[in-house]
Ligand binder design. Structure first.
Ligand code: AMP
Ligand code: MG
Length: 402
């Protein structure tokens, strides 16, 4: 099909040359969940700091095991500083305690017989048994985490393990959302006439942005009117690092976004070769980047996830890693090859020989239930047909909302 832009081409245009646009700040590590590291972090210590025991048991020198029974010469709890091991003896030791100089193995207590203050070892031990070596987790001087990393709970723990207490992060990206359409009413603002509908896009987008720990600037509902659209766009561009609109980017005479962005900055209007989500606008209002998503609620989710999400993450300073690719067996058929790459809303379930993708019954771009009652997008490339049982690429929705 001619005139449709492949997704990769659109993404390359949008991402090439895009740099983090937010200032950096210092933050307490304990408050850093979901924030993006702005600097590499290096370790100034080894973790663990010394060889230590992986078990409750007895530390000894393997070569001394010829002598039996072995006297127990000291007791080393975690946190204690041990004395050098007396030759021919064993030290009672606990998990995490430092190995005494002179010992080269730990024997688990389950493998020892205690007879008063001597022990007998029931098993063959070898050098290094049950010893966690110094620096096993992190070596002093090594890079612990790289700039551009979104901090997850385990990353917070990792940084704490090297003694880090404050981190340099990018301040959250401010993203303005404008919902265009005379038919829209905010939930809570009264009952609907049957020509109206509640503004769901604002909620979907707010959730998607919050899941990325970005700051939402809500520009409200914008009337289908040139002047109102221009004013709302201008104000949003002043308040935010990026402006996102929904609706109004088709070519009907009630679609004012295109013309007003062209007035205020620059615009490329794309017909993307994806389904749902054909119309998409990209440009700037003054110097503020702008993305115009389609109005249909399912298209909003898909185009945001595929196009806006990687763009915003780049502005936020996130080092983007490609989403892991998963494959599932289709529990559906696609009989006719399409001219656009299709993103079917599916539910993945674990089958006997791997994942199975069940297609939601109604794939209309206006049916938001299709996204809500699914847990993945199945990617059907242009020109492909699918027979039941065929492998299809799937993107879990959890990877997109976060
Ligand atoms: P448009 O691109 O403005 O023609 O919108 C396409 C479709 O999406 C229309 O059926 C709109 O009613 C619907 N739509 C637009 N904006 C929203 C919104 N914020 N929430 C829910 N539906 C919307
Ligand atoms: Mg509209």
């Amino acid at each position: 099909m001619s005139g449709l832009l492949p997704l990769e081409v659109a993404l390359a245009q949008i991402l090439t040359g895009t740099k983090p646009c937010v200032e950096t700040a210092e933050l307490a590590l304990i408050e850093s969940l979901g924030r993006v590291l702005a600097e590499d972090v290096y370790a100034s210590i080894n973790v663990p700091g010394a060889d230590n025991s992986a078990m409750d048991g007895y530390a000894l020198r393997v070569a001394d095991l010829v002598q039996h029974p072995m006297p127990v010469s000291q007791r080393i709890p975690a946190g204690a500083a041990p004395q050098a091991l007396e030759p021919g003896t064993a030290a009672r030791i606990f998990t995490g305690a430092k190995i005494p100089p002179g010992a080269d193995a730990v024997v688990m207590q389950e493998d020892c017989i205690v007879e008063g203050d001597v022990i007998r070892v029931k098993v063959a031990a070898k050098t290094g048994d049950h010893i966690r070596p110094q620096g096993q987790d992190i070596a002093s001087g090594s890079k612990v985490l790289q700039a551009g990393r979104t901090l997850r709970p385990q990353d917070m723990g990792l940084l704490a393990s090297v003694g880090c207490e404050r981190v340099t992060i990018y301040r959250p990206l401010r993203v303005a959302i404008l919902s265009t359409g005379d038919e829209l009413v905010e939930p809570g603002a009264g009952t609907l006439a049957d020509s109206q509908l509640f503004n769901s896009n604002r909620y979907t987008l707010t959730g998607l942005l919050q899941a990325m720990h970005m700051q939402v600037v809500d520009g409200g509902i914008v009337e289908d009117d040139a002047q109102a659209t221009a004013e709302a766009l201008q104000q949003a561009a002043q308040e935010a690092d990026c402006v996102i609109t929904t609706g109004g980017v088709s070519v009907g005479e009630e679609d004012h976004v295109k013309a007003q962005v062209e007035e205020l900055g620059e615009l490329a209007l794309w017909k993307l070769a994806i389904k749902p989500g054909k119309p998409l606008a990209y440009g700037r209002i003054g110097d503020t980047p702008f993305i115009g998503l389609p109005g249909n609620p399912s298209s909003v989710f898909v185009t945001f996830s595929l196009v806006a999400r990687p763009f915003l993450r780049k502005l936020q300073g996130i080092n983007e890693e490609a989403l892991p690719t998963l494959t599932a067996a289709a529990d559906f058929e696609v009989g006719r090859p399409g001219g656009r790459q299709e993103y079917l809303r599916v539910t993945l379930v674990a089958g006997e020989s791997g994942l199975v993708a069940h297609r939601f019954s109604n794939q209309s771009s206006g049916v938001l239930s299709s996204v809500s009652h699914s847990n993945a997008l199945a990617v059907i490339p242009i020109g492909r047909t699918v027979a039941r049982g065929d492998p299809v690429e799937v993107i879990p929705l959890d990877l997109l909302a976060g």
